[in-house]
Design a protein around this ligand. Sequence first.
Ligand code: MG
Length: 264
Amino acid sequence: MILKRPTEIAIMAEAADINREALELVAASIRPGVSTLELNKIAEDAILSKGAKPAFKGLYNYPKTLITSINEVVVHGIPSSRILLSGDIVSVDIGTFYKGYAADMAKTYSVGDISQEAARLIDVTEKSFYVGLEQAQVGNRLGDVSAAIQKHVEDAGYWVVREFVGHGIGRKFHEGPEVANFGKAGTGPVLREGLVLAIEPMVAQSQTAVEILADGWTAVTTNSSLASHYEHTVAITKEGPKILTKKGQPVFSLASVGGFSGKA
Ligand code: MG
């Protein structure tokens, strides 16, 4: 694992700010009738206007700036002329390179009026991230994070997607270690000061495999259950995990998450 100096983390925080601000512009435009291609343009324009570079475009030959994954699409949905409809959920994943460092973030949004079941899936996915994040402390093991996410998701009756995982991030978009959203506490590498991770639970409504569609990217649940995604870029510090992709880059505390009722 590659550990970053505070000066490097400060640059990553700049990349993370640009990335978050672009996602906020996209989020403000999510509504019935907008196409995912329009959202892609909003994100690309925002990133380029800051002198930064869309990180996904060209990464493993991926064609677009955004990833827009609708309903049963877990991840890697490619922006298209597909119009968002009321009742859809759309997971938007965005990455930025700035001054040689990467940031990565994702969130699932509701379009118009969504079902209570879909809203609960989104809520549980987000909370599982924070339950995992609470374990992202210097001296803990990576498996502590993975196990906490898995327990929260499964206690809620949902399924952790196994086929995709989070990752270290820095000068390369994908660095070690892999950050699984399932695993055993007390296992895996010890977390150290200066490690920066993209922690990103992907959750389906029920137990399912994932298959890739003919475009070579779009990953869907094979049982067509809805899927949700939530991701931040996080620096491990002595003070606790610092969420680089949140405004002000707060050091995380469970009490800071509004309305949080999950157990740690
Ligand atoms: Mg990621």
